[in-house]
Design a binder for this molecule. Structure first.
Ligand code: HEM
Length: 323
């Protein structure tokens, strides 16, 4: 873990536990098929930690952090000895009423800071360094909305694991020892129909989410005819053990374009946990009783990555970076 000295030195690259922030950029790129493109990307990834320092040191209270996630295909292009057990492309889902598409992406950069300008500056230099070795396929600038609300008006992130539960839920452990400390990352860019949502009475919205809107209190819906988002996203095994993930969703939007969104990002020790959440949301539990949040929220992307630890990332890219 990166320790508790975030106010004294920049935050190490690949710190999954970096603090939640006021601003974030989610950047998804594909890497050119040429060997020179791969070498350039490897070189830039090798220097990622230095770039966080270069930009982040200019205002430590800005708490700049960056996590790079690597998709399955790109992972295999690096001359790696192995691959995280569960790493595979995002599996598209055809649901009862709504689908989750699988979209391209070799690399994710999850850039967070208290300051929009630090995120911007970091992304600017990063893309400058990557040059024409990559193509940007998606770029979203998110912002913290009041008390961590999504644009539907609900507080988002409350049930996140804390303390020792955080690494236990978000970081790979001894079950895949070569990749311990890394994390599976799944992203989906959702756009909301805020007009339809505004016409939905607040008590119905609360049933859909599973929490009250103003004061964020969890609603017990064990006996409700239809499960809420919160309950569909709760994963338990046969022994009643709960499997959490670490989320850092961010709102984004352009009111002038009628664009209102939530960028979903989940970090997990086990990819199957996020996949199971998605299955329950889209297929439903029981099948057909899908997550009604999807009647108002449409995913436009869906990509899976693995975020290695800093040393793991260095080792992965070194053979290809021309050093
Ligand atoms: C439009 C996209 C989404 C929105 C606006 C949204 C919003 C919310 C809100 C408001 C809560 C309740 C407060 C909290 O605990 O954070 C919640 C809980 C949760 N969501 Fe989502 N969510 C979205 C998509 C997803 C997706 C795609 C997943 C998983 C693949 C997911 C997983 C979870 C989990 C695990 C919880 C906590 C459940 C618990 O109480 O244990 N969410 N979400």
């Amino acid at each position: 873990m990166s320790g508790k000295n975030w106010d004294r030195v920049p935050i190490d690259a690949q710190s999954i536990d970096a603090p939640l922030s006021q601003a974030a950029i989610f950047l998804v790129v594909t890497v050119g098929s040429e060997q020179t493109a791969l070498a350039k990307v490897a070189f830039v990834l090798e220097g990622l930690d230095d770039l966080v320092k270069t930009v982040g040191f200019r205002d430590l209270s800005g708490r700049l952090s960056c996590i790079a996630g690597i998709g399955r295909e790109l992972w295999d292009r690096f001359h790696s000895d192995g691959r995280p057990k569960e790493l595979k492309p995002f599996a598209a889902i055809k649901g009862a009423a709504h689908d989750a598409p699988s979209t391209p992406g070799d690399l994710l950069f999850h850039i967070r800071s208290e300051r929009t300008d630090l995120c911007f500056e970091f992304e600017r230099i990063l893309l400058d360094n990557l040059g024409d070795s990559i193509t940007v396929v998606d770029e979203v600038s998110g912002f913290r909305y009041f008390d961590a609300r999504d644009l539907l008006g609900f507080v988002d992130g409350t049930a996140n694991p804390t303390g020792l539960d955080l690494p236990a839920s978000a970081l790979v452990g001894e079950e895949d020892a070569d990749f311990a400390g890394g994390s599976y990352v799944v992203v989906q860019k959702y756009l909301h129909d805020l007009g339809a949502w505004a016409k939905t009475p607040t008590p119905v919205q609360e049933e859909i989410i599973g929490r009250t809107k103003i004061d964020n209190i969890e609603i017990d819906d064990d006996d409700a005819p239809r499960k809420s988002h919160k309950s569909l996203a709760t994963i338990e095994d046969a022994d009643g053990n709960e499997y959490d993930i670490l989320r850092d969703n961010m709102p984004f939007g352009r009111p002038g374009q009628q664009e209102f969104g939530t960028y979903f990002i989940g970090y997990s020790r086990y990819l199957w946990v996020i996949e199971k959440m998605l299955q329950r949301m889209y297929i439903g539990d029981p099948p057909g009783a899908y997550d009604r949040l999807l009647d108002f929220s449409t995913p436009h992307t869906g990509v899976t990555f693995f975020a290695p630890t800093r040393p793991m990332l260095q080792a992965l890219v070194q053979a290809d970076s021309g050093d």
